[in-house]
Every structure is written in structure tokens, then in C-alpha cells.
Design a protein around this ligand. Structure first.
Ligand code: HEC
Ligand code: HEC
Ligand code: HEC
Ligand code: HEC
Ligand code: HEC
Length: 202
């Protein structure tokens, strides 16, 4: 895999100019596809104050955060807004036992490895990578998710670590003793984000 990656890198450096401007830093930020259902994070996670983990159940325990099955919606929507047109697809999906086809927003290529649980355990908040989701009517990608972006944090993660209780907080303000707090946490948890190729290209 590493050999393959190095070959690709060599080829790409020849067309470096195009590579640079074709990279996701310039293409993916701001990506906001239309979803099949008018589901709003601003309403559910913002105004109603629901915890991200109620729906994204994998985020602390597995590589994938997981988008909830329609059953999670029906925990409430068998009672709330029962006859709303906006929920028609949700009800149909429930009755017909066919999954809702949400459009994927954040995606890194298969040759790079990402794991949510490792980041949540190290106490990096959702906000650092997804922005203020509680204010998004429709989900939008706000970070480039490029290799350079991953590495910027991996080389100096101390600005981004928070108390475990603040993982899903938005508009989090780092305390004045942030660097002290982070240094202690890094030592305690032995936090060492990979910066070598094989750390992310396995
Ligand atoms: C009631 C369930 C629910 C809650 C609560 C919820 N989400 Fe979501 N989330 C969804 C659904 C459904 C989707 C897929 C549709 C979409 O993208 O809007 C989604 C999509 C996402 C995506 C984009 C996934 C992709 O395709 O890349 C992110 C990021 C996300 N949620 C983060 C959060 C964060 C952060 C919170 C807490 C502040 C949160 N969600 C709370 C249901 C929920
Ligand atoms: C914890 C309860 C709860 C869960 C779980 C939940 N919702 Fe909601 N949802 C609500 C409430 C409360 C409202 C607002 C109702 C109102 O405006 O009076 C709402 C409103 C909506 C609306 C707008 C309906 C309208 O006519 O304005 C949509 C669409 C919706 N939810 C989709 C979803 C989807 C899709 C899921 C699953 C991913 C989901 N909801 C999960 C409680 C929930
Ligand atoms: C360190 C950065 C980072 C953090 C922190 C992070 N995410 Fe993500 N998230 C990503 C990346 C990168 C992807 C795309 C992963 C891929 O393509 O394999 C993603 C994808 C997702 C997806 C869609 C794919 C999936 O895994 O199901 C959801 C939903 C999501 N994130 C929710 C969350 C929630 C909720 C939190 C906080 C509890 C969170 N993320 C924290 C970087 C992050
Ligand atoms: C905001 C900071 C931040 C960003 C952005 C970030 N990471 Fe990390 N990453 C970390 C921290 C902190 C750890 C935990 C290291 C530890 O516990 O030793 C980590 C660990 C990892 C690990 C090791 C996980 C394991 O199970 O060994 C991989 C792989 C990884 N990150 C990939 C990525 C990729 C790919 C991206 C970009 C798409 C990314 N990260 C973006 C902070 C970040
Ligand atoms: C922290 C995680 C991480 C590390 C460490 C890392 N990469 Fe990457 N790499 C990524 C991600 C994520 C992408 C995909 C970015 C994108 O979508 O363009 C990527 C993409 C690439 C690409 C495709 C070209 C591009 O940028 O789109 C090559 C080639 C590459 N990496 C080589 C390497 C080499 C060689 C090393 C070691 C010197 C390395 N990577 C270390 C995460 C990492």
C-alpha cells in the first residue's frame, strides 16, 4: 500500500499545480447536497437540544459515526407531527421497511483511514471537524478533510482537546489554561496522533 501511495505521490508531483488546485481543499468545502427529507439539525440538535449520540450511536465506539435508521425517527414521529407532509417519506420508509437514502456529505477516499472513536476518546469535539452543526438547517461540509488539514492537527493537537463533557458542545471557548490542560491530557492518555504515512494509509 505504501509503495502504491509513493508511486501516486511521484506522479502527482509532476502535475503538482493541478493536483494542488484539484484537491478537496478547493472543491469539497461548502458541499451541501439536498437531502431527501427536510430533516433539520438546527431544530433537533439545536432548539430541541438532542444529544448527537442519540442518533450517531457509533461515534464513540467504532470508526463510523453511523446515520440513524428510520426507527430512531419513529421513536418520536409516531406521536409528533404524525400527518406532516414533510414526514411522508419517513413514514413510507417505515411502513415499507426500506431505508431512507440520505446523501453522504463527508467522505475521504478509501485509501485513507479514519476512525471516529479514536478521536472522541482523545477528546476532540465534533465541532473541530464538522463546524457548528446545531445551527445547520441542512448539513454542510466546512473543513477541507484534506491530508494537509488532518496533519495540521496531528502535528499540534493541543489546541483542539477539550474536557470529555464538552465533546458535542458548539461554540466551545477554550479556557485560558488550555495548553496546560492539553499537556496533562496528552500525558495521561498517551495521545500521539500518527504523522507517518502508514498511520493513515494502511
Ligand atoms: C435526531 C437524530 C439526529 C441527531 C440528534 C443528530 N443528527 Fe446528525 N444526522 C442525522 C441524520 C438523519 C443525518 C443524515 C441526513 C443529513 O445529512 O442531514 C445526519 C447527518 C450528520 C452529518 C453528516 C453525515 C455525512 O453524510 O457526512 C454530521 C456531520 C452530523 N449529522 C453531525 C451531528 C452532530 C455533531 C450532532 C449533534 C450536535 C448531530 N449530528 C445530531 C440525525 C441526527
Ligand atoms: C426526540 C424526538 C424526535 C426524534 C427522535 C426525531 N424528531 Fe423530528 N421532530 C421532533 C419535534 C418535537 C419536531 C417539531 C414539531 C413541531 O414543530 O411542533 C420535529 C420536527 C420534524 C420535522 C418537521 C415536520 C414539520 O412538518 O414541520 C421533520 C421533517 C422531522 N422532524 C424529521 C425527523 C427525522 C428524519 C428524524 C430521524 C432522523 C427525526 N425527525 C427524529 C422530534 C423528534
Ligand atoms: C477529527 C475529525 C472529526 C471529528 C472530531 C468528528 N468527525 Fe465525523 N467525520 C470526520 C470525517 C473525516 C468523516 C468522513 C469519514 C470517512 O469518509 O470515512 C466524518 C464523517 C461523519 C459522519 C458520516 C459518516 C459516518 O461515519 O457515519 C457522521 C454522521 C459524523 N461524521 C458525525 C460526527 C459526530 C456526531 C461527531 C462528534 C461526536 C464527529 N463526527 C466527530 C471527521 C470527524
Ligand atoms: C482536530 C484534530 C484532528 C484532526 C483534524 C484529525 N485528527 Fe486524527 N487524531 C487526532 C488525535 C488527537 C488522535 C488521537 C491520537 C491518540 O490517541 O494517540 C488522532 C488519531 C488518528 C488516527 C489513529 C487512530 C488509531 O486507531 O490508531 C488516525 C488513523 C487518524 N487520526 C486519522 C485522521 C485523518 C485521516 C484525518 C483527516 C481526515 C484526521 N485524523 C484528522 C486529532 C485529529
Ligand atoms: C493524518 C493522516 C495522514 C497521514 C499521516 C498521511 N496521509 Fe496521505 N492522505 C490522507 C488523506 C485523508 C488523504 C485524502 C485527501 C483527499 O481527499 O485528497 C490523503 C491523500 C494522499 C495522497 C493522494 C493525493 C492527494 O493528496 O489527494 C497521497 C499520494 C498520499 N496521501 C501520500 C501520503 C504519504 C506519502 C504520506 C507520508 C509522508 C502520507 N500520505 C501521510 C491522510 C494522511
Amino acid at each position: 500500500m505504501i509503495v502504491l501511495v509513493l508511486v501516486v505521490l511521484g506522479t502527482l508531483s509532476v502535475i503538482g499545480f493541478f493536483w494542488h488546485f484539484g484537491s478537496p481543499e478547493y472543491t469539497d468545502t461548502g458541499y451541501q447536497p439536498v437531502q431527501p427529507v427536510d430533516y433539520s439539525h438546527k431544530l433537533h440538535a439545536g432548539e430541541l437540544g438532542m444529544d448527537c449520540r442519540y442518533c450517531h450511536t457509533g461515534v464513540e465506539i467504532s470508526p463510523v459515526a453511523a446515520v440513524p435508521p428510520v426507527q430512531t425517527c419513529m421513536n418520536c414521529h409516531t406521536l409528533i407531527k404524525l400527518s406532516s407532509d414533510k414526514l411522508k417519506l419517513v413514514r413510507d420508509s417505515w411502513t415499507n421497511k426500506t431505508p431512507l437514502e440520505w446523501v453522504r456529505v463527508h467522505k475521504i477516499p478509501d485509501y485513507a483511514y479514519f476512525d471516529h472513536s479514536a478521536h472522541i476518546t482523545a477528546q476532540v469535539g465534533c465541532e473541530s471537524c464538522h463546524g457548528n452543526v446545531r445551527e445547520m438547517e441542512v448539513i454542510r461540509q466546512v473543513k477541507p478533510l484534506s491530508m494537509g488539514w488532518c496533519l495540521d492537527c496531528h502535528r499540534a493537537p493541543e489546541k483542539y482537546l477539550r474536557p470529555a463533557s464538552e465533546i458535542t458542545t458548539m461554540n466551545y471557548k477554550a479556557p485560558s489554561n488550555q495548553l496546560e490542560f492539553a499537556a496533562k491530557l496528552i500525558k495521561e492518555k498517551n495521545i500521539k496522533p500518527p504523522t507517518t504515512c502508514s498511520g493513515c494509509h494502511r
